[in-house]
Design a protein around this ligand. Structure first.
Ligand code: NAD
Length: 336
């Protein structure tokens, strides 16, 4: 069975592509390399000894999509390609809608022309907006508070309509906070220009940054800092395999949270990372930062009951894998 992985040269796409190959699927990748890396695709081939069909191009390129679907017998699509900066989406809303919603529509059109009707889509907990609840459940309303979250919700709606009106199997996975790297240490998140906590912790461990700024210690959480549902990237990759299996056996629409249901605080991830890298991570506490929700934690019950999936790897294992990737690739994907 051949899966088209859009955005397969990026962070989550590359980890899912390697897991697909390890599980016995064939993989075709379509990626414009705007933030992904050809080197990641080469390394997946080296690690698995399997060939990936790589198309370098845009998901909005109708001509390329027709060529791809005519040349490759694609059974299903896992769709990661898109833009993901909440901050940029606020000032570039039209661009984000064109890329994320327009691009998804062009892709779905090409799938329909080619008779492909199975898709797993990268959605996000950002779709829920700013709810202050101990855990986010799929029955809760979607109220995105930024254009990025809204582009993901609009794309979900498109896939839901295709399931209702055209008999598709459409699965949207709402990811929480993916971190970590493949166990080889050869595939990971390229940290250049990243603003997330793991790249910041890596910079501190490397001595390139003095300390961790902890924004707010007065949240209504056990240690006063924000809680996030950190999920190991390989657990997230496995969730896509489970979703693909669901889409193979079922028709219709499915939307599921993908998180562990465990809230990790800023101090929890700092401690786990210190243990993983064996170095102290100095910190300073400052005032709350605008726009940081106190708690973003999944209720993972639906993924467990419907997909038979649950996260298995710990926060320490995620930090350890990120550190191993960094030790082997201090500058990210640079060909040696
Ligand atoms: P990423 O930037 O590493 O990967 C995105 C990939 O898509 C890149 O390889 C990029 O080159 C490619 N791409 C972008 N626009 C394209 C286009 N128009 N045509 C073809 N290829 C294109 O990001 P990621 O973290 O791997 O995220 C993958 C998906 O998961 C995104 O849709 C993102 O919105 C979603 N998501 C990510 C997170 C997260 O924390 N990383 C959380 C929730 C959802």
């Amino acid at each position: 069975m051949r899966i088209l992985v859009t955005g397969g040269a990026g962070y989550i796409g590359s980890h899912t592509a390697i897991r697909l190959l390890e599980t016995g699927y064939d993989v075709t990748i379509l990626d414009d390399l705007s933030s992904g890396h050809k080197e990641a695709v080469d390394r997946i081939e080296q690690l698995t000894g399997k060939k990936i069909e790589l198309y370098v191009g845009d998901i909005s390129d109708r001509v390329l999509l027709r060529k791809l679907f005519a040349a490759s017998k694609i059974d299903a699509v896992i769709h990661f390609a898109g833009k993901k900066s909440v901050e940029d989406s606020v000032t570039q809303a039209a661009y984000y809608f064109a890329e994320n919603v327009g691009g998804t529509a062009v892709l779905c059109n090409a799938m329909q022309e080619a008779g492909v009707s199975r898709i797993v889509y990268s959605s996000t907990c950002q779709v829920y907006g700013d709810k202050v609840v101990p855990a986010l459940h799929e029955e809760m309303s979607a109220d995105p508070v930024n254009p990025y979250g809204d582009t993901k919700y609009c794309s979900e709606k498109l896939l839901q309509w295709l399931a209702i009106g055209s008999g598709w199997s459409s699965v949207a996975l709402r990811y929480f906070n993916p971190i970590g790297a493949h166990e080889s240490g050869m595939i990971g998140e390229d940290q250049k220009n990243a603003k997330n906590i793991i790249p910041i912790l890596l910079e501190i461990a490397d001595g390139k940054r003095a300390k961790l700024q902890v924004f707010g210690t007065d949240y209504p959480t056990p240690d006063g800092t924000c809680l996030r549902d950190y999920i190991h990237i390989m657990d997230l990759a496995d969730a896509h395999i489970s979703a693909m299996e669901w889409a193979t056996k079922n028709r219709g629409w499915l939307m599921c949270n993908v998180g562990n249901g465990i809230g990790g605080s800023v101090f929890d991830i700092r401690t786990a990372f210190e243990q993983a890298c064996g170095k102290p991570i100095p910190f300073e506490t400052t005032a709350r930062r605008a726009g940081d929700p106190a708690i973003l934690v999944a209720d993972p019950t639906k993924a467990q009951s419907v997909l038979g999936w649950s996260g298995k790897l710990s926060l320490f294992e995620a930090c350890h894998s990120a550190w191993q990737w960094h030790l082997k690739n201090p500058d990210g994907y640079v060909k040696r």
